[in-house]
Design a protein around this ligand. Structure first.
Ligand code: COD
Ligand code: ATP
Length: 199
């Protein structure tokens, strides 16, 4: 069974994904795949360099993610241009990996962690979508602390995604990650038990 896992920037998707892996789920992570498709030698890296210039490459030819982030997170048109290059490659790799996992481990729960799952209208590809929710004030605080950015920058990055209340409204299942890690772990265990019984 394939389920989607999403949330907002810094709401705790990776945290919940790793708790599910501890319980036995197989994880396909879109942020991780987004890194793989721009490794040296990959066609998407050449396309990014030709669209954004050599300034987004380190001297050794690898992608300077911070430099590219500075450009695209401050310019919606440029972000759209980057997405048009990367999303087809990310989707193809994700589908391939999920199919491989299902062949190798029949019956196991496959979790696809996709930050932009709703924004890119992928919900129909999954049996259901688990949303990792925190109220926007907590999201803002965690994002500022983790990325060491000021409030204005954090709000700008949050503003590039669908709001958390809307994601929660669309969710099949919700994990509320606004409490302690122990409280989140408890909810993840309950979710896992309900899925294991129905798989
Ligand atoms: C711009 C890039 C190079 C910045 O890299 P960096 O290492 O600084 O950030 P990272 O990739 O870890 O992303 C952190 C978070 O930013 C948010 N984010 C990333 N891409 C986007 C986007 N296109 N729109 C809105 N938010 C985004 C997500 O919540 C993500 O979890 C990178 O985010 C990227 O390649 N983005 C485009 C690909 C994409 O859309 N990825 C999202 C998964 S499909
Ligand atoms: N329950 C919690 N209590 C306190 N801090 C938390 C909790 N869950 C996650 N965090 C912290 O919040 C930050 C974001 O968590 P995480 O990296 O799991 O989010 P994410 O949704 O995967 O982020 P991104 O969209 O950027 O990939 C991290 O610094 C993490 O340590």
């Amino acid at each position: 069974m394939r389920i989607g896992l999403t949330g907002g920037i810094a709401t705790g998707k990776s945290t919940v994904a790793h708790l599910l892996v501890e319980l036995g789920a197989l994880l396909v992570d879109a942020d991780q795949v987004a890194r793989e498709v721009v490794l040296p030698g990959e066609p998407a890296l050449a396309a990014v360099a030709s669209a954004f210039g050599q300034a987004v490459l380190h001297k050794d030819g690898t992608l300077d993610r911070a430099a590219l982030g500075q450009i695209v997170f401050n310019n919606k048109a440029k972000l759209g241009q980057l997405e048009a290059i990367l999303h087809p490659a990310i989707r193809a790799t994700m589908q391939q990996r999920m199919a491989d996992y299902e062949r190798q481990h029949p019956g196991k729960l496959v979790v696809a962690d996709i930050p932009l799952l709703y924004e890119t209208e992928q919900e129909h590809l999954y049996e259901g979508v688990l949303v990792v929710y925190v109220p926007e004030q907590i999201q803002l605080e965690r994002l500022m602390a983790r990325n060491n950015v000021d409030e204005q920058e954090a709000r700008r990055r949050m503003g590039l995604q669908m709001g958390m209340e809307e994601k929660k409204r669309r969710a099949t299942w919700v994990i509320d990650n606004s409490g302690s890690l122990a409280q989140t772990r408890q909810q993840v265990q309950e979710f896992w038990q309900s899925k294991v019984h129905t798989c």
